[in-house]
Unconditional design. Structure first.
Length: 517
């Protein structure tokens, strides 16, 4: 074998190996080319001004890896030679992109800033082994030549963090956003209120942050597990997420899971007093105390809360909870029973649907789509198909909602509860999740299943290192199922790419992967 042929063969093998082990989630179409593009300080980027923010973020990450950033020029001022060219591409769908790497140049085409952002993420993931080196100022980063055409399967690719049962610091939320963006996830749902804490500053209701965000003293809970987000904290988080094309969706629980709020305003409960705020395992799993539906002041409370929440969160969605609502207090409450009779409700349980309907009016008037857990679909006479059902329950419940024209986000306990142990839900199980549950898609499923979302409840693993352990690498499998098509579902292939990320991105993404899964 001649030396030239040997070099060519090694180049082709290295090219294929890098591609096979690098990109998560798997792109829709990839075709390997021969050759290598040398990315170095001599490389320049040519881009329209409206896409400049995406390039600046790319440059920031590249500098963290290599010690240098690239020169940026206007798209119309293209230079020959070692260049990255970003331009608009005809016929490319929202969030989609085309990435072409040749030895001479890299060309990115997209029709929106999201597509450019995701193309640059894929480009970063194509970088070679040197990214894990402790050595800085890497003079040349070799990128394998390749053609990629890519777009997401679902528009909803989400993660929920439970900030109520344990307070999660703003810095960790931002770090999670950074990691999510690197795997093309685009929804972060913050569970901000529950029995264990109210975590959001509401200026018109100051008791919520002077009382409702702290556990009762005799439980001796660590200081870092308690607290709240000032409105400025939220603005900072929302702005940071927007830069990375991630929507922050707030959840304000109602009418149950509300012990913390009722501690500040016990007159809004049915009995006028409630239990002290307790860590999850130090009291009942589901409390009996709810907002009194027969008390007009309960509706005023949520009107004030939602008015401020809507101003803080620009997302078109707002989650209103609605799960696990025991009717015991309502059955014993004269005000609630009077409301049942006045409105000719079928039974006391219908008070839940009635209450959700009434408080959602405040969100709907502000052009927000309400989201609720799947229990609310059981009282569908009080909602309509403008509502989104977030399904944590059975496949039948989800598919029934779809068949009646509701948009659904799949977040089932069977596959996507990331507080569960890896023995219960391992990465392979997440990777193999089928949002359609084996049903043949006749167009209805595709049009109404918005996507998938993992849920992390913070009552068991409560420190940041333990949350990392629970999220990674399962979050990577979630990202692949949310983005990638079902044309190529090969867990062994995914596992090889996951291993590449464990080894080569641990330093730069600062992810403490679970090494036992």
């Amino acid at each position: 074998m001649t030396k030239g042929l040997y070099v060519l063969l090694i180049s082709i093998i290295t090219n294929q190996t890098l591609v096979a082990q690098s990109i998560i989630p798997l792109p829709e179409k990839m075709n390997n080319r021969n050759g290598i593009f040398d990315l170095s300080i001599a490389t320049s980027i040519h881009v329209r001004k409206d896409m400049l923010p995406e390039v600046l973020q790319f440059n920031e990450q590249l500098k963290n890896i290599s010690g240098y950033e690239l020169r940026v020029n206007d798209e119309d001022n293209e230079e020959k030679g070692n260049t990255i060219i970003i331009k608009q591409g005809p016929g490319i769908t929202e969030e989609g992109y085309q990435l072409e790497v040749t030895p001479e140049k890299i060309t990115i085409q997209a029709n929106d800033d999201k597509g450019v952002f995701y193309a640059l993420i894929s480009l970063l993931q194509l970088l070679p082994n040197e990214v894990s080196s402790k050595r800085k100022d890497i003079s040349i980063l070799k990128i394998p030549a390749i053609d990629i055409s890519d777009h997401p399967r679902f528009k909803w690719r989400g993660l929920m963090l439970d900030c109520s049962r344990t307070f999660i610091s703003p810095s960790y939320i931002k770090e999670t956003i950074r990691r999510m963006a690197f795997y093309k996830l685009n929804i972060l749902h913050l569970h901000l209120t529950d029995d264990q804490g109210w975590r959001l500053e509401i200026k018109s209701l100051p008791e919520l942050t002077s009382r409702s965000c702290y556990f009762d003293r005799h439980f001796n809970e660590p200081k870092e597990f308690q607290g709240y987000y000032a409105q400025q904290d939220i603005r900072d988080i929302v702005e940071y997420a927007a830069q990375k094309h991630i929507q922050i969706i707030p959840e304000i629980e109602s009418p149950g899971h509300s012990l913390a709020a009722l501690n500040a305003y016990p007159e809004l409960s049915c009995v006028g007093h409630v239990l002290p705020i307790y860590p999850f395992f130090s009291g009942p799993e589901i409390t009996q105390d709810l907002f009194c539906v027969g008390n007009p002041a309960s509706y005023a409370f949520y009107k004030n809360v939602l008015a401020e929440v809507i101003r803080m969160f620009p997302s078109p969605y707002i989650h209103l909870g609605g799960d696990e609502v025991p009717p015991t207090r309502w059955e014993e409450c004269a005000k609630c029973q009077r409301l049942v009779k006045q409105n000719a409700l079928a039974d006391t349980r219908e008070l839940g649907g009635y209450f959700m309907q009434q408080i959602a009016l405040n969100a709907i008037k502000s052009n927000k789509r309400p989201i609720a857990w799947n229990e609310v679909f059981e009282q569908k006479k009080y909602i309509n198909t403008n509502w989104i059902i977030m399904n944590w329950g059975s496949s039948k419940a989800a598919l029934d909602a779809v068949k009646e024209g509701y948009d659904v986000v799949m977040a089932p306990t069977s596959h996507l509860y990331f507080d569960y142990t890896y023995e219960q839900i391992n990465t392979k199980k997440v990777f193999e999740f089928d949002p359609y549950y084996g049903e043949k898609d006749d167009g209805l499923l595709k049009s109404h299943i918005l996507g998938i979302q993992a849920l992390f409840w913070s009552h068991i693993d409560r420190t940041e290192s333990r949350i990392d352990y629970q999220l990674y690498p399962r979050l990577l499998a979630l990202a692949e199922r949310a983005w990638s098509s079902t044309n190529d579902i090969n867990y062994n292939n995914f596992k090889s790419r996951e291993e590449y990320h464990k080894e080569h991105w641990l330093k730069n993404m600062q992810i403490a992967f679970n090494g036992n899964d």
